[in-house]
Design a binder for this molecule. Structure first.
Ligand code: HEM
Length: 414
């Protein structure tokens, strides 16, 4: 029996067959959580979650996402793991993804202007320049880990531009977000609560210095805009700014990285589709959408039922945990004909990789821009791209993540 709630499952690959079985047999089905181990100050702690309703169809995920009055992000937060204490829950609620209205709408209004297509478009030239330089470097190197050298690098460079940070500090962003997102993976946090705490402390100390610098000497970067922005007549506090900053660091970094590495793997494994794209670069925009559907870098987010309700015919009680599986919704045959086929020209493509409803991803335009520019820069070299060793996947129930993808450019091949 595949355990959807066990991080170890995903180290072997996304359990698509299990999702398909559930979509067909029981679109909103109960999942027991396994016992997970955490290492805290007081020694090893075993923890078992409450169990949850897995929402696996496109219709189910859309319905719950668009009804925040019933399916709350703030009640217990938007992450699968239950907050351990009330204090943990209160802390989590300072993060945009873990808010409901009116707090959510208020904070989102302050940040969203920085992420509209108009605000993001001016970044295109610098994103393309970063992509060209990275591609030239890996092609020259011949054989590389595509995660470290390509997929991780582009979002870090773009984030450094966006947040007005020196490029030399991008390694810090990389380490912090690995420790927080890879909490269940022994290569990163490995369930060590201390690593988790230390990471927050270090990241926030760095951020506070950044804010102080921008208040003294504002530029035209996002941080300068955020420290000066006013909502309802007041500026954001340092604590609010820290949470927002960390969310951007993680959301803008891990997700795009996993989209790129998953896309490279998909293109290597589907040479017919790769050749179709190389022959017709006008397919890049639809290819980006299809790769978003195919990879679905964030596999799920959580909601908590605020009241007794019914979803896809299933009775859900007030307080129940509900997990919205975008990764499954994106393979729903009711919406995507032949869903297990990669079709880079697929249209329409109403995938849910960025979620839907009031929490729809703020960084969607930026992520699309980065993926599109990188794909365009890579096009002439794609026919030569080969695996140079087995891919390694992250132990995570949250991110569909490849952590190592050895590749080589087989120049003799084209
Ligand atoms: C391929 C890349 C990305 C994917 C797949 C992705 C996915 C998602 C998803 C599924 C949500 C919905 C959360 C929910 O419903 O609870 C979300 C929210 C969010 N994303 Fe992204 N994201 C990506 C890139 C980015 C980037 C580049 C940024 C910023 C630089 C970003 C910033 C955010 C923020 C701030 C939210 C919270 C919005 C809210 O709660 O109102 N994301 N993202």
């Amino acid at each position: 029996m595949t355990l959807l709630a066990d991080p170890a499952t995903y180290a072997r690959g996304v359990p698509h067959a299990e999702f398909t079985r559930r979509r067909v047999a029981d679109p909103v089905s109960w999942v027991e959580e396994p016992e997970l181990i955490r290492h805290g100050d007081t020694g090893v702690r075993r923890h078992r979650g409450t169990g949850y309703w897995a929402v696996t169809t496109h219709a189910g995920v859309v319905e719950a996402s668009r009804d925040p009055g019933t399916f709350s992000s703030a009640e217990k937060g938007a992450f699968l793991a239950d907050p351990r204490t009330q204090a943990d829950l209160e802390r989590n609620r300072r993060l945009l993804v873990n808010m409901d209205d009116p707090a959510h709408a208020r904070l989102r209004r302050t940040v969203s202007a920085a992420f509209t297509p108009r605000a993001v478009e001016p970044l295109r030239a610098s994103v393309r320049a970063h992509a060209d330089a990275l591609v030239a470097r890996v092609v020259r190197a011949g054989e590389v880990d595509a995660v470290a050298e390509l997929a991780a690098e582009l979002p870090l460079l773009v984030l450094a531009d966006l947040l007005g940070m020196p490029y030399a500090d991008r390694g810090l962003l990389f380490g912090w977000s690995n420790n927080l997102v890879g909490f269940d993976d022994p290569r990163y946090g490995g369930g060590q609560v201390e690593v988790y705490r230390r990471t927050f402390a270090e990241a926030f100390a760095y951020a506070r210095e950044l804010f102080a610098g921008r208040r003294r000497d504002p530029g035209d970067d996002l941080i300068s805009r955020l420290v000066l922005a006013e909502t309802d007549g007041r500026r954001l506090s340092d604590a609010e700014l820290c949470q927002l900053w960390l969310l951007l660091v993680i959301a803008g970094n891990e997700t795009t990285r996993h989209l790129v590495s998953g896309s490279l793997e998909a293109l290597i494994d589907h040479p017919g589709e790769r050749d179709r794209l190389v022959a017709d670069p006008s397919l890049v925009p639809s290819a980006v959408e299809e790769l978003l559907r195919w990879v679905t870098p964030i596999m799920q987010f959580r909601r908590t039922a605020r009241r007794d309700t019914v979803l896809c015919g299933r009775r859900i009680a007030a307080g129940d945990k509900v997990i919205l599986y975008y990764i499954s919704a994106n393979r729903d045959a009711a919406v995507f004909p032949d869903p297990d086929r990669l079709d880079l020209g697929r249209a329409p493509n109403p995938h849910l990789a960025f979620g839907t409803g009031p929490h729809f991803c703020l960084g969607a335009h930026l992520a699309r821009l980065e993926a599109g520019e990188l794909l365009s820069a890579l096009l002439p070299h794609l026919p030569a791209l080969r695996r140079a060793g087995p891919a390694e996947r992250m132990r995570s129930t949250f991110m569909n993540a490849i952590v190592r993808l050895p590749v080589r450019f087989d120049t003799a091949a084209h």
